[in-house]
Design a protein around this ligand. Structure first.
Ligand SMILES: CC(C)(COP(=O)(O)OP(=O)(O)OC[C@H]1O[C@@H](n2cnc3c(N)ncnc32)[C@H](O)[C@@H]1OP(=O)(O)O)[C@@H](O)C(=O)NCCC(=O)NCCS
Length: 208
């Protein structure tokens, strides 16, 4: 039986690999191709080090990462950490050096997508510090309850942190993900969008 445990920093490459495998279409839509792995690693390093307690993984018997969830209880801290922790400068420097393997156009797409997310994230009644930022399970072990298990770990963490409201975004046609969220008490709360289309906003009020 595979279990969900807290991620450690050396899990980042495995998480990055699974992210690329699970979200290749979105990555290619944004970057025009799969970027150099350094781009993904630097991004997840920033998110992980901002709030390591909010990252969970499932490993298979051989120790490979087959599932992860990033569930920060304080999303605003990630942005502060990106700026004050020097990650933003590092990203800029490495991007300018060509370490990430993509040009200006993807950066513009990411910028406008983030602006739209910010606008939506601060809408009254939909703003939540606690977020499900990213979740994925390896295609080889999907449909065995691991996605649900990862979400339950995230919710237990949010309960510990006394987060009152949890927010996530999901593509409206992502049936398996929506099934998990609805099962765990998330309720549809409107739409936002990015360059690729609509996102369904889902919220869950935590019991006090
Ligand atoms: C979403 C994802 C994490 C789910 O992981 P998983 O381990 O397969 O999830 P679970 O096995 O816990 O549950 C999946 C649920 O969806 C249901 N499901 C799966 N495919 C389905 C389909 N085509 N139609 C209807 N229901 C479906 C399953 O029956 C299950 O529901 P149940 O527990 O009521 O039986 C996984 O599919 C994934 O990594 N997808 C790519 C990344 C992604 O989309 N992440 C979410 C971004 S918001």
């Amino acid at each position: 039986m595979l279990e969900c445990t807290r991620a450690v920093q050396r899990d980042i490459p495995g998480i990055g690999k699974l992210f690329l495998e699970s979200f290749a279409d979105s990555v290619i839509h944004t970057c025009g191709k799969i970027p150099h792995f350094a781009a993904i690693e630097d991004l997840f390093n920033c998110v992980y080090t901002a709030e390591p307690e909010g990252a969970f993984v499932v490993r298979d018997a051989g120790g490979q990462i087959v599932g992860y969830v990033f569930a920060p209880a304080r999303i605003s801290y990630i942005w502060r950490h990106a700026v004050l922790g020097g990650h933003l400068c590092r990203w800029l420097w490495r991007w300018l050096k060509g370490d990430y393997g993509f040009g200006l156009h993807p950066v513009k797409i990411m910028f406008f997508n983030k602006m739209e997310f910010f606008r939506s994230a601060f809408t009254p009644h939909k703003a939540a510090e606690a977020r499900i930022l990213s979740i994925a399970v390896s295609p080889t072990v999907r449909g065995q309850g691991l996605g649900t298990k990862l979400m339950q770990c995230a919710l237990a963490y949010f309960r510990e942190q006394k987060a009152p409201l949890i927010r996530l975004e999901v593509r409206p046609d992502n049936v398996p993900a929506k099934r998990i969220y609805e099962k765990l008490g998330f309720i549809a709360a409107g739409l936002t969008k990015d360059s690729q289309g609509d996102w369904l906003i889902m919220l869950k009020e935590m019991e006090r």
